[in-house]
Design a protein around this ligand. Structure first.
Ligand code: SAH
Length: 363
């Protein structure tokens, strides 16, 4: 019988070349074996469960100017918004009461006092209102360690900060002056030290990015010993400088590359949380479902109020999944027939993190 362990021993890639070969869409035989191996290993390491996070994107005002991103500072065509404190809380509670026990609060990057205090109050009030029941992940970009500490004390326990690319050279290519790769990495180190479950990830299939670069990204995430990965295919946005360089863009290729990255990450990091992110679902209505079958175990439907949704336009064609009157029922339909079952009533913390905290219980 093929078990996850034998698969791990026989299939887990070790070096950069092996990882690169698994990512190569032109390799003979297609990706099905890769996906099946990752799914089997996932079953053994984290079980056949799908953890949920309700996303609330509470502001698209951003100090950064990333060349790929639709809410970059220099994009004058996007209408800027910031949700009020009570609106953010209502949206998060809406998710919580629909069975999404964990929420992800995301926004463009700001480091001013008003923003820091708003996020702190929202976290604290959400914990109070739910008697600690809600799990809170923040994705609010690069901040000082003192800010991360304040938010952690207020009750946030996970943080998602994508490194975007592990290569300092590529980072410079996709970001203008004033963006600092080393600082972003230092933020990840700070988050870990403070006690957060740390998620990171990258953009997949950027113009000029090679399979070797992606292999380096996978090895970087493993080296960082992240608890969670949130990564997704790059999707061009017409109001960004990178749009012109993305002329050969193929949604099908991006989707396959995204799925291959999930599978390879699962093979190298069996017991972490890996999200099938919104960009996968933007490329195909089957994106999340296929992501789960390729080794992902987290999905994050959107609970941003409808009137703000369009303005959080990181890329084009962001899907409206999770929109209906009964988002949980909608997800049940989306994943119908899969061996994985949706989990409600638990935070769905990273098994990797729990083991690191309690090493003697590691099985
Ligand atoms: N600024 C916050 C989060 C906002 S954007 C932070 O850094 O944590 C969330 C993610 O969207 C980014 O990390 C980036 O990886 C992704 N993103 C931006 N532009 C994109 C594009 N054109 N296609 C796909 N993903 C994109």
């Amino acid at each position: 019988m093929i078990t996850g362990n034998t698969l791990l021993r026989s299939a887990a890639p070790e070096g950069r070349e092996e990882v690169r070969d698994l990512l190569d869409p032109s390799a003979p035989g297609g990706p099905d074996r890769l996906f099946a191996g990752a799914a089997a290993l996932k079953e053994q390491a984290v079980g056949l469960e799908i953890y949920l996070r309700g996303i609330v994107e509470f502001s698209n005002i951003c100090a950064k100017d990333c060349l790929y991103c639709g809410i970059r500072r220099s994009n004058r065509r996007v209408e800027r918004y910031r949700m009020e404190e009570d609106e953010i809380i209502d949206a998060a509670l809406d998710a919580y009461r629909s069975g999404f026990t964990s929420v992800l609060l995301q926004a463009g990057e700001r480091t001013d006092r008003e923003f820091i205090e708003l996020a702190e109050r929202v976290v604290r009030r959400l914990k109070e209102i739910t008697s600690g029941g809600i799990g809170i992940t923040l994705s609010l970009g690069e901040q000082e360690a003192a800010t991360y500490r304040r938010w952690f004390k207020a009750g946030a326990h996970r943080y998602l900060l994508r490194i975007e690319t592990s290569s300092p050279r590529l980072y410079r290519r996709y970001h203008p002056a004033g963006h600092d790769h080393a600082l972003r990495k230092r933020c990840l180190d700070d988050l870990r030290r403070i006690g957060y479950q740390v998620g990171s990830g990258i953009l997949i299939g950027l113009p000029g990015q090679t399979a070797d670069d992606l292999a380096e990204d996978v090895l970087f995430l493993k080296e960082m010993d992240v608890d969670m990965i949130g990564m997704g295919p790059y999707i061009p946005h017409r109001d960004t400088p990178l749009f012109d360089r993305a002329s050969g863009f193929s949604p099908g290729r991006q989707l396959e590359l995204g799925l291959r990255m999930i599978a390879v990450c699962r093979l190298l990091m069996p017991d972490i949380n890996i999200a099938a992110t919104t960009a996968l679902q933007a490329l195909s209505p089957e994106g999340w479902r296929r992501g789960i079958r390729a080794g992902a175990n987290v999905v994050m439907p959107n609970f941003t109020p409808a009137r703000y949704r369009a303005a959080y336009s990181i890329y084009e064609g962001k899907p409206a999944a999770g929109d209906g009157a009964d988002p949980l029922a909608e997800l049940e339909r989306l994943f119908a027939g899969l061996p994985e079952k949706i989990v409600t009533g638990r935070w769905g913390d990273s098994p990797r993190f729990l083991k690191r905290k309690m090493p003697d219980t590691t099985g």
